[in-house]
Design a binder for this molecule. Structure first.
Ligand code: ATP
Ligand code: LTN
Length: 336
């Protein structure tokens, strides 16, 4: 790895089929960044079990998520890829950081409040301390930048607070990370409820476009997308349904809001929705073809994961040892 390059770390949970929101908000940017930064990307399976998961499905999805990262253009020759549970330092650092994080800080987290509402029968302690584990993920690798969608900004701020506090209470230990959020694709909204973000764990399958959806399904989902009765294509945040479609079309085609408004002047929602659906289907088709080929070679994927875990564990160990020394954990002197 090139010492002069800034370090990037990011992760997605294998908690469902990845959506267009994951692609535009995260995966596409991860691929775009891999040449200019020293990138580490992880499949966050420890985070995924904060919500109940079927074991066989979680196992299958972990591998599928990795294959999808690669299909989106992320190259294991250029980045470190691994599964979070394969590197024990994540859980170990999370414990120490948890002892440096306040109950009040965690109680304010929007994601915790949302998920405790949507999973009221399973408000577990892991869901509450989720941001501490995420801070451990980031801080273990002395990360400079964390590319995520806007929904994760609050968690990165907490990771920064935890890093600054630890550095002040002990001595400089962690790089203080910055969020890296692209405006155009930061928040892709649900097609059914455009006030809510598109989310892979949304039980309404029409609310999300999945990266692996076929063209017909994609077109159908956009046709059904909730809009309004004004029948005028505009980038107006007060009209969240149409605004979301304009935003998606812009992120996919690279066109500005003004250009989109211009080119769809006087055009009804039906034709506009079809144009968005076509553009999204064209964007995803090559990803889907690559995905099938990549997933078919299980041995290659296992090799990538083994190598990734080894490289990640080496970096993570160094930070963890430093932390253990600073907090005063007794170290055995190997020279005896
Ligand atoms: P879940 O529904 O299980 O909470 P999720 O769809 O929110 O999952 P994550 O695994 O939590 O996905 O997120 C992976 C990455 O995708 C994160 O960087 C997150 O910010 C980004 N992301 C998720 N949903 C969107 C969205 N609708 N728009 C933009 N980025 C998103
Ligand atoms: N919580 C993140 C996934 C995640 C993550 C991370 C993102 C886990 N650990 C570290 C960036 C850095 C989410 O997207 N829901």
């Amino acid at each position: 790895m090139d010492e002069a390059k800034k370090r990037i770390f990011s992760a997605a949970q294998p908690s469902g089929n990845l959506t267009l929101g994951n692609y535009l908000g995260a995966l596409k940017n991860w691929a775009d960044l891999q040449d200019d930064f020293d990138c580490i990307y992880c499949v966050a399976d420890l985070h995924a079990i904060t919500v109940r998961q079927d074991s066989a499905e979680l196992r299958r999805r972990t591998l599928e998520t990795l294959a999808l990262y690669m299909a989106c253009g992320i190259d294991p020759e250029k980045v470190i890829f691994f599964v979070q549970s394969h590197v024990p330092a994540h859980a170990e650092l999370a414990w120490v950081l948890g002892c440096n994080t306040m109950f009040g800080e965690m109680s304010r987290m929007t994601q915790f409040k949302d998920k405790s509402r949507s999973h009221a029968d399973n408000v577990n302690v892991g869901l509450f301390t989720y941001p501490v584990l995420m801070a451990a993920d980031i801080l273990l690798y002395q990360t400079d930048l964390v590319p995520v969608g806007a929904d994760q900004k609050q968690h990165i701020e907490i990771a920064r607070d935890i890093a600054v506090r630890f550095n002040n209470n002990y001595s400089p230990t962690f790089v203080v990370p910055e969020p890296y959020i692209l405006k155009s694709s930061a928040r892709i909204m649900s097609l059914a409820e455009p006030e809510r973000k598109m989310s892979k764990s949304d039980p309404n399958k029409n609310a999300s476009v999945y990266i692996l959806d076929g063209k017909d399904d994609i077109i159908k989902k956009f046709r059904r997308a909730v809009t309004d009765s004004e029948a005028c294509v505009a980038a107006d945040p007060a009209r969240p349904g149409v605004y979301n479609l304009v935003n998606i079309y812009g992120a996919v085609t690279g066109k500005s809001e003004r250009e989109i408004e211009e080119s769809f002047k006087g055009v009804g929602y039906g034709a506009f929705k079809d144009a968005v659906g076509e553009a999204v289907a064209d964007l995803l088709a090559p990803v889907q073809t690559r995905y099938k080929d990549i997933l078919a070679d299980r041995a290659a994927l296992d090799r990538i994961l083994a190598e990734g875990a080894e490289k990640a564990a080496y970096i993570a160990r160094k930070t963890l040892s430093k932390v253990y020394r600073k907090v005063g954990f007794y170290q055995i002197d190997k020279k005896h």
